[in-house]
Design a binder for this molecule. Structure first.
Ligand code: SF4
Length: 466
């Protein structure tokens, strides 16, 4: 398999993996290249000034997603997985006042957050809708170094060169000695049939090429702990989300209602959908507030998988702790297939690639945790993805709030329905998952740019009068 479970599920901060975490990583990588001896432009002096230009969707929705702030945090040396937000806020305040960077291994450099992060609203860069160009100049204003990065979804960042060499990278990873290097659902099913192993077990064996078994189990458990903590924090918070839309957090109040109704024999059977929604909304409200979340596979879609795992743990008959590992490994296998063969980036294929992919991952995970066969798991993922095809990305005011927060709840509900439907069959079905992933890729390619995280169409241009 090409992507580790820890590539798919990465701890970080909200509100966006592609627009916050990715640019943060890119900025830090640029400073690393500047300090680490990447060949400078001939004749240029030591770096004295840094700028960043945001292109495509990073420019169109960058304000709402706090992309400029993310670039500053990356240049200040913060890493999305470990950032201490109190320290980060203090460092941002200092930067705004001093307009100077002092990274380790480099001279002091001028960087004014208000002037040196440029939003370029022209055509996107050719490689990907989420592009950013970082430049360093010497004291005389001559270019010393320039690098183009693409934030390709889920917090993944590639340079222009790496993006162009994607096929080589893929081949290299195949040769890295993974025992079950499936690159499609068909290969995954064939390898499972030949080995007699579940999808989760094959994924586990692939991961152990890189990580010892004991550590692997602990790290998978840590993913779930971080997701679970995020749900709990979201369920305990109230108030208005930042960004100016005046969207109120709802998860806490809904959760209180659900807890009061529980055990009273008054609830309608469909109320279980409200539990799924409230778990997902808790995560996405945290994400919208810039809190700690786990990409799954992105920040915007980070509520679906945790919600369905919580549903499995707290509501399903026969749930076991090992089932959560099975869930996450299976979900990561499906997320890897979607990312590898299509995209998990809303700026590239719309929300079908974010919440649609997350729903397919959660459906597969739940189906596996409940004892589904490999064929049933593939069927569950396909059902969930199929019924998100064509879904656009049109966040109001460029914020990951409307429709994103509720949409995660609905993605979780579809995932549970898809797993349940597939478990009622034997895995035989009409439309293979590979075909559905390809349909998603083609639909995304043909989708108007207006509906790919630019906030230029759909709900984003039909806002109510305030
Ligand atoms: S609409 Fe979907 S893809 Fe777009 S920002 Fe929201 S969750 Fe992400």
């Amino acid at each position: 398999m090409f992507l580790s479970i820890f590539d798919i599920f990465k701890p970080g901060i909200g509100p966006s993996s592609s627009h916050t975490m990715g640019p943060m990583v890119a900025a830090a990588r640029f400073l690393g290249a500047l300090a680490g001896g990447t060949e400078p432009e001939p004749g240029s002096g030591p770096p004295a000034h840094v700028t960043a230009t945001l292109h495509g969707s990073l420019a169109w929705t960058g304000k709402g997603h706090a992309t400029d702030r993310a670039v500053c945090l990356g240049l200040l040396g913060f890493d999305p997985a470990r950032v201490d937000m109190d320290r980060a806020e203090a460092a941002l305040e200092r930067l705004a006042a001093d307009r100077t960077l002092a990274p380790e291994g480099l001279p002091e450099m001028r960087f004014d957050p208000a002037e040196d992060v440029v939003f370029d609203w022209g055509p996107p860069l050719p490689g990907h809708a989420n592009g950013l160009v970082l430049r360093a100049f010497d004291a005389a204003g001559h270019l010393r170094m320039q690098e183009t990065y693409y934030s390709v979804g889920g917090g993944f960042v590639v340079t222009e060169r790496e993006h162009a060499g994607h096929a080589d990278l893929r081949a290299a990873k195949f040769e890295a000695g993974f025992p079950y290097p499936f690159g499609s659902a068909a290969e995954m099913l064939r390898m499972g049939a030949e080995s007699g192993l579940s999808i989760a077990r094959m994924k586990w064996r692939n991961e152990t090429v890189l990580i010892p078994e004991g550590e692997l189990g602990r790290r998978i458990d840590a993913i779930w702990s971080a997701m679970d903590a995020c749900i709990d924090r979201g369920l305990s918070q109230e108030g208005i989300l930042p960004g100016g839309l005046s969207v109120r957090r709802r998860a806490q109040a809904i959760h209180v209602q659900l807890c009061e109704e529980a055990g009273r024999n008054l609830a309608q059977p469909h109320v279980v959908n409200d539990w799924l929604s409230v778990y997902a909304m808790a995560v996405n409200e945290e994400n919208a507030a810039g809190g700690r979340v786990v990409t799954s596979p992105t920040n915007g879609a980070a509520g679906v998988v945790p919600s369905v795992i919580r549903y499995y743990r707290d509501h399903c008959v026969g749930a076991r702790p090992e089932g959560i590992r099975t869930f996450l490994l299976t979900a990561a296998a499906i997320g890897g297939l979607v990312k590898h063969n299509a995209s998990i980036s809303g700026a590239e294929v719309g929300c079908q690639g974010e919440v649609g992919s997350a729903s397919a991952m959660a459906a597969a995970g739940l189906c596996a945790a409940l004892g589904g066969t490999n064929a049933q798991v593939e069927n569950a993922a396909e059902i969930a993805l199929e019924h998100h095809l064509g879904m656009t990305c049109d966040p109001a005011a460029g914020l990951v709030q409307v429709p994103c927060i509720e949409r995660n709840g609905l993605g979780a509900i579809k995932a549970v329905s898809a797993a349940s439907l597939s478990l009622r069959g034997d895995g035989t079905h009409f439309m293979p998952l590979d075909n559905c992933i390809e349909a998603m890729r083609q639909t995304g390619r043909d989708m108007s740019e207006k509906y790919k995280e630019t906030s230029q169409g759909g709900l984003a241009v039909n806002l109510p009068e305030c």
